[in-house]
Each structure stands twice: as C-alpha cells, then as structure tokens.
Design a protein around this ligand. Sequence first.
Ligand code: DGY
Length: 324
Amino acid sequence: MSARPRVVITRRIPAACETEAQSRFDVVLNREDVPLTAAQLGEALRTADGLLPTVTDKLTADVLGVEPRRARIIANFGVGFNNIDIEAARARGLTVTNTPDVLTDDTADIAVTLLLMVARRAGEGERHLRARQWTGWRPTHMLGTKVSGKTLGLIGFGRIAKAVARRAHHGFGMRIIYTDPFPPKPEEAAALGAEGRESVEAVLREADFVSLHCPATPETRHLINADRLRLMRPEAFLVNTARGDVVDEAALIDALQRKRIAGAGLDVFEKEPQVGAPLLAMENVVLLPHLGSATLETRVAMGMRALENLTRFFDGQPVRDRVV
Ligand code: DGY
C-alpha cells in the first residue's frame, strides 16, 4: 500500500474535521493555532503533498515559489481566495480549491444582522444599557431607522447576495436593486423582487442600505472610495461582509465623520485584525470580527468540503471546487 498523502492544516479547524483528516491523510496539525510565517508556509509546501490553509494565510508568489516544492494542491478553507496569488499558483501548475455554497446562508445572516443592528442602533443600545445609563422607556429615546420596505442595494449578485436578497425581500418587504457584471437569469431576479442597475454608482445613489458582495480582486480594491461614498445618501448605511479592501477604510471613516452617510456595519476590515481606530469610537458603526461563516455547523461543513477536495485530488478525480 502506498503511503498516505501528507497534508499540513495551517490552523485549528473543528475537531470533527481534524479527526476526519487524520483518518484519510498523514496530517500535520497546528495545535497551538498560531498563524504560520511565510517561511513555515513555504516549508509546508516543500514537505507535504497538500496544504489546507485558510483565508488569513498569505500564499504569495514568493511563498508558492519555494523549490523544491512537493505540494500540488492548496485546498483553501474559505470561499474567498484572495489570500492566494492565483496567477502564481496557475503558473506553477498548482491546483487551488475553495469552499463555496456551505457558508452562503450564514454569511447572509451576518449581513442582515449588521443591517438590522446598525439601523436599529442595537450595538449602541446594548452598550447604553450595560453602562447602566438607561433611565427608562420614552417616546424619543434612541430612535433608529426603519428597515421594512426600504431599498437594499447589492453590489455583486452572487450566491451570498441572493441569499441576503431573499431574507430582505421576503422577510422585510425590502425593495432589492443590484449590479453585477454577470447578471442573473431574469426569473431568478424576479423571484427575489430584484431589479438590476447598470452601475455601482446607480445603486449607491438609490439605496437606503448598500451591502457589498463582490470578490476581492485587483479590480475591486477600494471599489467603495471617497467619490463613490459621496454618491450615497446621507441617511444611507453601508454593510460589508465581503472583504475589507473593497472599501477604502480611511475614506469610509472620513465619510462617517462628515456625516455623508448614516452609519456602517462591518464584518471585514482593510488591515485585519487591525481596525481603523476612529471606527472604534463611533456609535453609528457596528463592528464584528469577521464572523460571516462562524457557526459550528458551517465551519464543519467548510472543513469537510476542503477535505473532499483533497481526497478527490489524491484519488485522481476532478476536484469539486476548482479555482485553478
Ligand atoms: C470566506 O470563506 O471567504 C470567509 O471570509 C471566511 O468564512
């Protein structure tokens, strides 16, 4: 019997997935859960047949360029793969996979959570109460913004955006507008009550809430910049569950400070885990530590999906979630 493939898993993943991985492969676990350095990632590529990294492991062209390299597959734990230099991986003949589908609902739930929290001042209200500042109900206390019936603008209309649209339209009676370079089938948009717009600008001008659902690519870096933030209405809110660098965080801070927009709900940040200091002091901003897919069920499903990709690859079958 030939030796089992050696796989390095760069961070702790749910126990059920680590156990499953050990039953299939010769696994190197990161028991301390300390992020690997570039040198350690390179060493993993030199010594293992496959790497199971996650969205915070930066697999740059330099790291992927280690010689001699033993690994032939990178099975990313995450739907996003902007942590990997995809062109360098392609040029070096590496297979890269991701974990789509399984985190769609949870990420949509977090987008809606942020939307509701920021509109209804939920974070601020909780801080107020915990600080024992609440003096009791009164008709003018902590008035927020109504969500039901408002217009939600989606930048990108992929799986997660559609799941947000479903919740917002069917749950809150929201009107949905979207822009996407790859428009959906008309019947799919119609089922979500969603109307396409020709540009990001058109969505920004019209929406009461803007939610970002585009991938992080060189083209979408700082897609939401100072000029585009100026197009939003002063009573509008921005929600970002996509990737931090889709938004120019300094420009967002400036827009919030100048009250050009009403608030923001953010699950992702430009320099994670650092968060622009002024944001921390703003009551009209809800901040979460990249929790989009953070339920046990979904993290197990993500791990199992990454293992499925590895298993198929080592069995010589087409992988399910090929990126390159
Ligand atoms: C992803 O999968 O890309 C998320 O950001 C983490 O779940």
